[in-house]
Write a protein that binds this ligand. Structure first.
Ligand code: KIV
Length: 280
């Protein structure tokens, strides 16, 4: 099975058909997503919230993200796996960005990294790409700026803010990013950006005109109820289905219906009689 490459993702721009992308954080979910035909998997730092139970994405560490990314890579045969650089693992310097990104490639097996920010992180993007590390950009409602934005607030709503977003998008593309996540921005602004830049845009809460769409695994499967973003569509409610299954398990154990004969190994009655005789 041929692995999806950065060039394959680049070619999805303007293919006439939007592509779907999703996050994954462990071996089992990565296998499911990969087998379903998703071309690109993001090990998002949203893991901080949906896997580790933090209120924001800020506390997740390099070690935690590396462990999750390695598990996703082990479960993925075809899709391109991109790892999110956690908060403050790349912002302070190019050197930080290189060291952090290098670990995701070398230790965890990712094919590239994602980082948040526009013009400010272009020196990091340029250097990573120069050193052979593919980068996915991310602008708009960037969750690592939660405090600066005073919450998860839609970005790019005024003429000036939209113009700035377009400038950031162009600069991130020119710095060498192979794709750009547009999060939490008006659909019309995302359309404008998608038309103006040459790399694929991947929207989340950014309307239907992006080249691709990304969603958080737990959101589209109804696994995460703490916070349901407006941009999400639940394609199934796994929380209810899992809860029903777990209740059936509890009932079957309590009623002695599980385990049944076929769920255990068995020996001939003579084996036990022999042991009992030895004891006498
Ligand atoms: O962390 C994440 O999951 C993300 C995507 C939703 C874009 O950044």
């Amino acid at each position: 099975m041929k692995k999806v490459s950065i060039n394959d993702i680049r070619k999805l721009k303007g293919s006439g058909q939007p592509f779907a992308t999703v996050t994954a954080y462990d071996y089992t979910s990565a296998r499911i997503v990969d087998n379903a035909g998703i071309p690109l998997i993001l090990v998002g730092d949203s893991a901080a919230m949906v896997v580790l139970g933090y209120d924001t994405t800020l506390p997740v560490t390099m070690d935690e993200m590396l462990m999750l990314t390695a598990a996703v890579c082990r479960g993925t045969k075809r899709a391109l796996v991109i790892a999110d650089l956690p908060f403050m693992s790349y912002q302070a310097s190019i050197s930080d960005a290189l060291h952090s990104a290098g670990k995701f490639i070398k230790k965890a097996g990712a094919s590239g990294v994602k980082l948040e920010g526009g013009k400010r992180v272009c020196p990091q993007i340029r250097s990573l790409v120069d050193h052979g590390i593919p980068v996915m950009g991310h602008i708009g409602l960037t969750p690592q700026s939660y405090h600066q934005f005073s919450g998860y607030t839609i970005q790019g709503k005024t003429v000036e803010a939209a113009r700035q977003l377009l400038t950031h998008a162009i600069e991130v593309a020119e710095a060498g990013a192979f794709a750009l996540v547009l999060e939490g921005i008006p659909a019309e602004v995302a359309k404008l950006i998608s038309e103006k830049i040459t790399i694929p845009t991947i929207g989340i809460g950014a309307g239907p005109h992006c080249d691709g769409q990304i969603q958080v695994f737990h959101d589209i499967l109804g696994l995460f109820g703490d916070f349901v973003p407006k941009h999400t569509k639940r394609f199934v409610n796994l929380t209810d289905q899992i809860s029903t299954a777990i209740k059936s398990f509890i009932n079957d154990v309590q009623s002695n219906d599980f385990p049944a004969k076929e769920h255990s190994a068995h020996v001939k009655p003579s084996v036990i009689s022999e042991i009992l005789l030895e004891k006498e």
